[in-house]
Design a protein around this ligand. Structure first.
Ligand SMILES: [Zn+2]
Length: 321
């Protein structure tokens, strides 16, 4: 969806900050603090990491994402103003695993050692996360997918937010040690609420354990493992590659044999193939948000799961989508 990205790109940063409501409506890329004096300016590559940073920093942090919500993050190319945003960042947070590979060139160009790999204001949120689909010498099922060293969509397991936020507390406390206790308290509160919601999400999807699904893109291994769903095939033969008629024919045959119940689709992906497959199998296309702000009603990290879980449960129950 390059149109939306360009549109967003024309909004000056200061105006975007003032237009709090408008900002949320367009992309939810800003998580402004209540008072913006003496706050830490954190730049994350994605809205998910910006949203988690906002949970930990609360009124002590302004968190911003470089990749707007609602666009394909794996087709994203940075814009000149992103260099300036990073230059002014007190802390830089990234997904890693090749997902935001473009960040390294920008950070090198800026040359601030603190926000470069190994610096005290640099956070690779993938550190400490148990990875899925790790590439190695052993047999790897790539799932028709072109990711880096492992599948990078790890924020879609809510349990991984516990590890991610621990790393964020460390980084924030390194840069602003005087606020360490507040960062820790904010995280405790977030983790407690995450625990309550997590149980609700598990309960909602428990009746559908083992349900077989097709996804447009291989975004869901962490989510599917946590909620005991089974994504058996992908409409994309490889990341960013449109499916051929032969690929779709084979997919439909296999999905019919496997009794697949739904096609998972992210709104920015081309929808023709997903609709075609769903129609042939007489199953629904379920629109899920890959990231915070990707669909209306996903304005923070917990809301992202509230939305995706409720939408799936409704689809599985045969409700209207
Ligand atoms: Zn991907």
């Amino acid at each position: 969806m390059p149109g939306a990205q360009e549109h967003l790109g024309r909004i000056p940063v200061a105006a975007h900050m003032r237009a709090g409501f408008l900002g949320l409506l367009i992309a939810a890329v800003w998580f402004p603090a209540a008072s913006e004096s003496a706050v830490l300016h954190v730049v994350a590559t994605t809205t998910d990491l910006a949203a988690l940073t906002a949970e930990i920093g609360r009124d002590l942090v302004v968190a911003e994402s470089i990749v707007p919500s609602g666009v394909d993050p794996e087709a994203f190319e940075p814009r000149p103003r992103d260099v300036e945003r990073l230059r002014n960042a007190a802390i830089v947070v990234r997904v890693g695993l090749g997902y935001d590979y473009w960040l390294d060139a920008l950070l090198t160009r800026i040359g601030n050692r603190r926000t470069m790999r190994g610096g005290d204001a640099y956070v690779d949120a993938s550190i400490g996360i148990p990875m899925l689909e790790v590439r190695g010498q052993s047999v790897v099922n790539e799932g028709g997918h072109a990711h880096g060293v492992a599948n990078p969509h790890y924020w879609l397991d809510p349990d991984n937010a516990i590890t991610i936020t621990a790393g964020l507390v460390e980084a924030l406390a390194r840069v602003a040690p005087e606020h360490r206790d507040r960062f820790l308290a904010n995280r405790d509160k977030f983790v407690a609420e995450l625990g309550v919601r997590r149980q609700r999400w598990l309960d909602l999807l428990a009746p559908y354990a083992g349900t077989k699904l097709i996804a447009y893109h291989n975004s869901w291994p962490y989510f599917a493992r946590r909620f005991r769903l089974d994504v058996v095939a992908y409409i994309e033969p490889r990341s960013g590659v449109a499916p051929s008629p032969a690929h779709l024919a084979r997919l439909i045959y296999e999905a019919r044999e496997a009794h697949v119940k739904a096609v998972l689709h992210e709104p920015y992906e081309p929808e023709d193939a997903s609709r075609f497959v769903a129609q042939k199998l007489a199953i629904p296309v379920v629109h899920l948000a890959l990231s915070v702000g990707g669909i209306a009603g996903t304005s923070d990290y917990l809301a992202l799961f509230d939305y995706n879980v409720a939408t799936l449960a409704k689809a599985f129950a045969g409700g209207k989508l």
